[in-house]
Design a protein around this ligand. Structure first.
Ligand code: NAD
Ligand code: ZN
Length: 353
């Protein structure tokens, strides 16, 4: 679990006080990994508390994080600073938070980031790391994974050392997220709660967090009497709860198939999940119906026909990537999941997307 968290409008201003005690020396910098959408945005970057050798590294999240990008960031930090950093602070959406988590792990573990894609492969504790989300929904601020695309697969570094040591949840930071992005990433949270609540891994923890996230998402996306501020506050909390819910259980078919899309087509996580979810009425009927209502309510259009022109080999790769995520299928369909869904079923679903 994340050991420390603050929530509230304006809490970003506490960052300096929060990290002060964690400074190891004046030569051990804090490195701020910041989404480059904030480059030149003085409202946000002007409040980053820089001192001594501290540094801001702007990262592009045009593509979702890659293991090679993590390795390059780590190499740059090691080459530039004599001492190991005092901490890594990630400021941005899920992609930036994942980069920050992965960099903090790779600063204390040998080899390349791709060596650690999987479950519990990390040997040494990461350096102190702080997460500050600027888009709500992924739950990356709270999860024990950092999702990376490597040379052979898209898979997280899942470990007890991955979660942030500190998170700052300031709903003011999400005010300028474009509408479609707000919806796609918000739906990631809704889908986390649906996949957790409908999964066989469900337990008392994942159920209580999942139910709360689900309820808050219905309010954010279907209750039009909420103000933008109220909705932003609620969605940031929902994201946290959705993330906690899957931390105690697992995601399901939507995520497995969305990883296939992402691997072959580079489709981003939020929108990819929406494209898949739209077609899963046989698996999550009530919630796919609600999803469609939310989409219509916010007038968000999803791309169609993205797999129509793919050759069979490309679709087979998608199927292979999707089925390689066994815990997701086991959560969704139970231990005999392989008998309940075939390559052909997935082929037909992908063709429709
Ligand atoms: P993102 O970080 O990919 O960002 C999406 C877009 O929003 C980018 O263009 C970004 O620049 C922009 N943006 C971010 N903050 C903004 C702001 N305040 N104002 C305006 N624009 C802003 O988006 P995301 O959906 O939060 O994250 C998706 C990533 O999260 C994927 O890489 C996915 O694999 C990962 N993910 C991780 C976990 C986890 O548990 N670690 C869970 C789900 C998803
Ligand atoms: Zn997700």
């Amino acid at each position: 679990m994340v050991s420390r968290v603050v929530f509230g409008r304006g809490s970003f201003n506490q960052l300096g006080d929060i990290i002060e005690d964690k400074r190891i020396s004046d030569k051990a910098p804090f490195v701020f990994i910041v989404d480059d959408v904030f480059k030149g945005n003085a409202w946000l970057t002007g409040r980053i508390p820089l001192a001594y050798a501290d540094e801001i590294i702007y990262v592009s999240v045009e593509e979702e994080p890659k293991t090679a990008q993590v390795d390059k960031l780590v190499e740059d930090i090691i080459l530039k600073h004599r001492d190991r950093p005092s901490g890594i602070i990630g400021i941005g959406g899920g992609s930036t938070l994942d980069l920050a988590k992965a960099v903090s792990i790779m600063l204390t573990n040998r080899g390349e980031a791709s060596d650690y894609q999987g479950w519990d492969l990390v040997k040494n504790p990461a350096i102190y790391h702080v997460g500050i989300p600027t888009v709500s929904g992924t739950g990356a601020e709270v999860s024990r994974t950092t999702v990376l695309t490597g040379p052979d697969r898209k898979l997280g570094i899942n470990s007890d050392y991955t979660p942030f040591d500190q998170v700052i949840l300031d709903p003011e930071l999400i005010k300028d997220v474009p509408k479609d992005q707000w919806f796609y990433t918000g739906m990631d949270c809704f889908i986390h709660s649906v996949e957790s609540l409908n999964g066989t891994y469900l337990n008392a923890f994942s159920k209580s967090y999942g139910e709360k996230a689900y309820e808050m998402c219905l309010d954010v996306f279907l209750n039009d009497s909420l103000s933008k501020k109220e909705a932003d506050d609620l969605l940031m909390m929902a994201s946290w709860h959705g993330g906690m819910s899957i931390a105690y259980s697992q995601v399901g078919i939507v995520h497995a198939m969305s990883y296939g899309l992402s691997y072959v087509l580079g489709t981003r996580h939020g929108i990819g999940n929406c494209i898949v979810f739209e077609h899963l009425e046989n698996y999550y009927p009530k919630d796919v119906d609600l999803f469609r209502q939310m989409r219509e309510c916010h007038q968000v259009n999803l791309p169609t026909g993205i797999c129509a022109d793919l050759n069979s080999e490309e679709i087979e790769t998608m199927i292979k990537v999707a089925f390689s995520l066994e815990p997701l299928w086991e959560n969704a369909l139970g231990s005999s999941w392989r008998k309940k869904i075939s390559d052909q079923d997935l082929f037909e679903l992908y063709r429709k997307m």
